[in-house]
Design a protein around this ligand. Structure first.
Ligand code: COA
Length: 373
């Protein structure tokens, strides 16, 4: 058995950002337009008037201040409210592979690993731009990796589930060096015209290099153990899938073909699930809260993370103990906890331990216990 370690991480951040003010201005223009166009039907009680959004609500309910996006123009056009992506030919890399390149390069550089040494690529994300060939195989080709690759989707928990899969393969000896890549183009599955969720998501890509600890060339993170759990729930759901054309009721603009959630229920049900999950993982490892230096949590909602931090640590987390990046990135699905880890871990000392933990649709929760070496 080999000891797996995280030796590099990388974050690709799109150049374009949308502030809450810009988002709400476009959303409200859409609402005004819709209500004007449907004035008669609204008056007759046949159509429900749409309500305007507010920056105060968004910040208070979520802690989000802005989000990065691959396309801003399409999202902010009140007559469109959907990103404009160029249709690519089959002979050029897809958009997920394109953003993966930057994150993979940064992670490989940090690890001091050449892409040709990688023998496993897992593309772990909430949405894949096509069914096959796997996006992971395209990333493997474009970066010049060897071995094999595949895609996996566990929604917001994809990154930690991917890390567990890679760490287990390294532990057993079936692979030596792995890249877990999380290209999250969440702007494509978000309904930007839905007031309840239009502010939630942002685009990003993260990448994590894992290898045998004995091969690490510099400071790294020992993966002590991982835990994954799932429990079925309809409270976060997207019905888009390969059978959509077979449905009898037409599918072109059906609301359930994009991200849907019952946010309140998610909040109430996922907070205890995650707190218990981390507590059990700690017990299994013989750790108590005093042994933990940091929690890098899934980045969906600030109050949710505050709750989980308080439950796990049994006290108010100190500033920096549970870093959030959602104010700048919003919810980036599986990539969120990896962004937090990548940007807020350099200062930790040898022997310091922490949990990377993601959670979301499924429901799913994955925790990775790491120690600085
Ligand atoms: N602007 C202004 N008001 C808004 C609004 C907006 N954009 N969206 C909703 N509101 C209103 C609602 O209509 C409601 O009004 P009412 O009290 O008069 O009925 C009120 O604000 C509260 O809405 P609610 O949806 O209950 O807000 P919330 O406090 O639950 O916050 C979320 C919403 C989504 C931010 C929060 O529930 C959440 O983050 N849940 C967890 C989500 C999660 O982790 N999902 C995983 C996704 S991968």
């Amino acid at each position: 058995m080999y000891q797996p370690a995280i030796t590099g991480t990388g974050v690709f951040t799109p150049e374009l950002a949308i502030t809450n003010a810009e988002l709400v201005e476009a959303f409200n223009a859409y609402v005004d337009m819709f209500n004007a166009e449907n004035a008669q039907a609204i008056e007759a009680g046949e159509v429900t008037a749409l309500e305007r959004s507010s920056t105060d609500f968004i910040f208070k309910a979520s802690g989000i201040e802005q989000r990065y996006v691959l396309d801003k123009e399409g999202v902010l056009d009140p007559t469109r409210m959907y990103p404009k992506f160029r249709q690519r030919s089959d002979d050029e890399p897809g958009i997920m592979t394109e953003i993966a390149m930057d994150a993979c390069k940064k992670a490989l550089d940090q690890a001091g690993v050449d892409a040709s040494e990688i023998d496993l690529v897992i593309c772990a994300a909430s949405n894949m731009e096509r069914a096959y060939p796997a996006i992971g195989v395209e990333i493997q080709k474009e970066i010049g990796a060897g071995g094999f690759a595949f895609d996996m989707n566990v929604a917001c928990s994809s990154a930690t589930f991917g890390i567990q899969a890679a760490a287990d393969m390294i532990r057993s000896g079936s692979v030596k060096k792995a890249l877990v890549v999380n290209p999250e183009i969440t702007s494509g599955h978000l309904e930007w015209r839905d007031r309840d969720c239009h502010f939630i998501f942002g685009d990003v890509c993260t990448a994590t290099v894992l290898e045998r600890e004995e091969d690490a060339k510099g400071p790294h993170w020992k993966v002590i153990s991982t835990r994954c759990a799932t429990e079925f729930s309809n409270n976060i759901r997207n019905n888009n899938g390969f059978l959509r054309r077979n449905r009898p009721d037409g599918v072109a603009d059906r609301r359930d073909m994009q991200f849907m959630q019952n946010g309140r229920k998610v909040f109430k049900e996922v907070v205890p699930m995650v707190s218990k999950h981390i507590a059990q993982h700690m017990t299994d490892e013989g750790l108590d809260a005093g042994d933990l230096k940091r929690l890098w949590l899934h980045q969906a909602n600030k109050s949710m993370n505050d709750f989980i931090g308080r439950k796990v640590l049994g006290r108010e987390p100190e500033p920096g103990e549970q870093p959030n990046i959602l104010q700048d990135y919003a919810n980036t699905s599986s990539a969120g906890s990896i962004i937090a880890f990548s940007k807020h871990s350099e200062d930790m000392q040898p022997g310091d331990k922490g949990f990377i933990c993601s959670f979301g649709a499924g429901y799913s929760v994955g925790s990775v216990l790491v120690e600085r070496v």
